[in-house]
Design a protein around this ligand. Structure first.
Ligand SMILES: NCCCC[C@H](N)C(=O)NCC(=O)O
Length: 456
C-alpha cells in the first residue's frame, strides 16, 4: 500500500479500534433487531392472532429478498463498484427503513383482518419490512468484513473480526433477554421501537465511520487493500463454485446455521411450553448460545490457530448439535435444568463450528476469491434461514397443536415440539455427514484444514 505520509490513520491503534467499535455498534443494533421479535411469538399469537405458520413466514422473510432477488450477490457487486462507505450507508438506511415498515405494520395494522396477496396485511407488511431489513443486515455484514480487512490489513485482523462478531452476539443476547419483559411492561411493539432507535444510532455511527474512512483514503495514494484482488468478478464466481471445498463448506454452513438461528427463534416458546420455564426468563435461555459464543468463539479461535484440527472440530460441533436436538425431541423429558444444559452445549457447538469454519474458507480459497466465496456462502446460508423457519412454523401449525390456554384474556395455542425437534435433529445429522465429507476432501485436496494457522 503506497502512502503519502509515514503514519496512516489505521496505523494508530486507537484510531483503527475506534473505527471497529463504531461499525460494530451498527452490527450490534442489526443483530438486536434481527432477533427481537422471536421471543414474542406467543404474544404475537395472543395479541395479534398470528398463527405459527405466519410467524415462520415472517421469520424466514429476513432472507426472502436475499435468496429470490439475489440481493447478496447484487450487494457484493455494489460493494465492489461503489465502495464500503456508500454500501455501508445504503445498508444502514435499508435496515432503518425496513424496521420502520415492520414497526408500522404492527402498530398501525396489528391484528387486522384485511388481506394482501393472500396474507394478513400486518403479517405481509411486517414481513416485507423484515425482508428489506434482512438485505441491509446481510450486505452490512459483508461490508463490515471488508472494512475490517482494509483497516486491519497486516494488523490484528482475526482478533478484530472476532471482537466484531462477539459484539454482534451481545445485540442478539440482549434482544432475547429483554423482549418479553419490555413488551409486558410497555407494549408489544416497544422492543422493536427500541431496535429502530438503536438502528438510527447505528446509521449515525456508520456516518461517523465514513468521515474516518475518507480521512484514511486521503492518506493513501493507491489503496491496494480494496483493489482488484478483492473485487467481485464473475470469473471468480466460476472458480469458487468449481472448487469442491466450496460446496462442502456452503452445505455445512446452511445445515449448521439452519439448526441454530431458526431453532433459536422458536426456542423461547419451547422453553415455556415444554420445560415450564417462566416467560420472563425464557428468552434469556433462548439467547444463551449467543452469550456463550461471545466468550468462547475467541477462545476456540485461538486454539484452532495454535493446534489446527478445524475439520475435526466442525465434526465435533455437528455431533454436539445432533445430541442437543435429539434430547430436546424426547417427549418425556421436561426438567428445566436439562433444557438449560442443552442450551449451554448448543452455545459451545455454536462457538466451535464458526471459529473453525470461517478461517477454513480462507484456507480453501486464495485471497482474491475470498469476498466472492463469503458472499456465495452467505447466499446459500440464507436459503436455510428462509426455508427452515417457514417449514417449522407450518409444521407447528398443522401437526403440533395440542390445546389452548388463556392468559390475561388472550388465547394462545399449546404445541408439542417433538416433530420440529426431530426435523432439526435430521438436519444436524446431515451436517455431521457433510463435515465428515469435508474432512475427507481436506485429505484428498490438501486444503490444510487440520493444520495450525500459527507457525511454531
Ligand atoms: N441472526 C443473524 C444472522 C446472520 C447471518 C450471517 N450471514 C452470518 O452468518 N453471520 C455470521 C455469524 O456467525 O453470525
Amino acid at each position: 500500500m503506497n502512502q503519502t505520509s509515514n503514519q496512516k490513520l489505521n496505523d494508530k491503534t486507537w484510531a483503527r479500534w475506534s473505527a471497529l467499535f463504531v461499525v460494530a455498534f451498527t452490527m450490534m443494533a442489526a443483530y438486536y433487531v434481527n432477533d427481537i421479535m422471536a421471543p414474542l411469538k406467543s404474544m404475537l399469537e395472543g395479541e395479534l392472532h398470528w398463527t405459527s405458520g405466519e410467524f415462520g413466514f415472517f421469520t424466514g422473510a429476513y432472507s426472502f429478498l436475499n435468496v429470490f432477488l439475489l440481493m447478496l450477490i447484487w450487494g457484493g457487486l455494489i460493494l465492489d463498484k461503489f465502495g464500503i462507505r456508500f454500501t455501508g450507508m445504503l445498508s444502514a438506511i435499508l435496515m432503518v427503513g425496513g424496521t420502520i415498515c415492520e414497526y408500522a405494520a404492527i402498530t398501525r395494522f396489528g391484528g387486522t383482518e384485511e388481506m394482501l396477496f393472500g396474507y394478513k396485511l400486518d403479517v405481509f407488511m411486517a414481513s416485507a419490512g423484515y425482508s428489506v431489513f434482512g438485505v441491509g443486515a446481510e450486505v452490512a455484514g459483508i461490508t463490515v468484513t471488508k472494512i475490517i480487512a482494509k483497516w486491519f490489513h497486516g494488523k490484528e485482523m482475526a482478533l478484530a473480526m472476532g471482537v466484531q462478531v462477539a459484539l454482534a452476539r451481545v445485540g442478539s443476547q440482549v434482544a432475547y433477554a429483554v423482549a418479553i419483559p419490555v413488551a409486558k411492561n410497555w407494549h408489544l411493539d416497544t422492543p422493536l421501537l427500541i431496535g429502530a432507535i438503536l438502528l438510527v444510532g447505528g446509521l449515525v455511527s456508520f456516518l461517523c465511520f465514513t468521515f474516518m474512512d475518507r480521512k484514511l483514503d486521503r492518506q493513501v495514494t493507491i489503496d491496494t487493500s480494496c483493489g482488484d484482488d478483492e473485487k467481485f468478478s464473475f470469473k471468480d464466481v466460476v472458480a469458487v463454485v468449481s472448487n469442491p471445498g466450496f460446496w462442502l463448506i456452503a452445505l455445512l454452513c446452511v445445515l449448521f446455521y439452519s439448526c441454530v438461528f431458526p431453532f433459536q427463534k422458536f426456542a423461547t416458546e419451547l422453553m415455556v411450553t415444554k420445560y415450564n420455564v417462566s416467560e420472563d426468563i425464557a428468552g434469556t435461555f433462548a439467547g444463551l448460545p449467543a452469550l456463550g459464543a461471545l466468550f468462547l468463539t475467541p477462545v476456540f479461535g485461538g486454539m484452532i490457530d495454535r493446534r489446527g484440527k478445524a475439520a475435526s472440530i466442525m465434526m465435533l460441533g455437528a455431533f454436539m448439535l445432533i445430541c442437543v436436538h435429539a434430547i430436546y425431541a424426547i417427549p418425556f423429558i421436561h426438567a428445566s435444568w436439562v433444557a438449560i444444559i442443552l442450551m449451554i452445549i448448543l452455545g459451545i457447538a455454536f462457538s466451535l463450528v464458526p471459529s473453525a469454519m470461517w478461517p477454513s474458507v480462507a484456507k480453501i480459497f486464495p485471497v482474491k476469491q475470498l469476498g466472492t466465496a463469503y458472499a456465495l456462502i452467505f447466499f446459500i446460508q440464507n436459503i436455510g434461514l428462509w426455508g427452515i423457519p417457514a417449514l417449522i412454523g407450518s409444521v407447528l401449525e398443522n401437526y403440533c397443536i395440542t390445546g389452548q390456554e388463556v392468559v390475561n384474556g388472550k388465547t394462545t395455542n399449546l404445541y408439542d415440539y417433538t416433530l420440529p425437534m426431530c426435523i432439526f435433529t435430521g438436519i444436524a445429522i446431515l451436517s455431521l455427514l457433510v463435515a465428515f465429507l469435508l474432512k475427507s476432501a481436506d485429505k484428498q485436496y490438501g486444503y490444510g484444514l487440520e493444520k495450525a494457522n500459527l507457525k511454531k
